[in-house]
Design a protein. Structure first.
Length: 69
């Protein structure tokens, strides 16, 4: 995983945990804007989420952060 994506995932997870608590769930779409402005990065996140780790659509942010770190 490229550092740009790793840093973004950790940042978003931290933000969501701070806002909504440790039980907050998210999908890999949480790391991107509502427009497809970087399809290559989106596919990298989707591949990591779906194929590499076989995660459900929604997972706890603390779990995702732990996997990335």
């Amino acid at each position: 995983m490229r550092p740009e994506l790793k840093n973004k995932i950790i940042s978003v997870c931290n933000q969501k945990i701070q806002q909504k608590g440790e039980n907050v769930g998210l999908s890999f779409y949480a790391f991107f804007a509502n427009k497809n402005d970087n399809p290559e990065l989106l596919m990298e996140a989707a591949t990591w989420w779906i194929l590499t780790h076989q995660l459900d659509h929604f997972e706890k942010a603390v779990k995702i952060k732990s996997l990335v770190e």
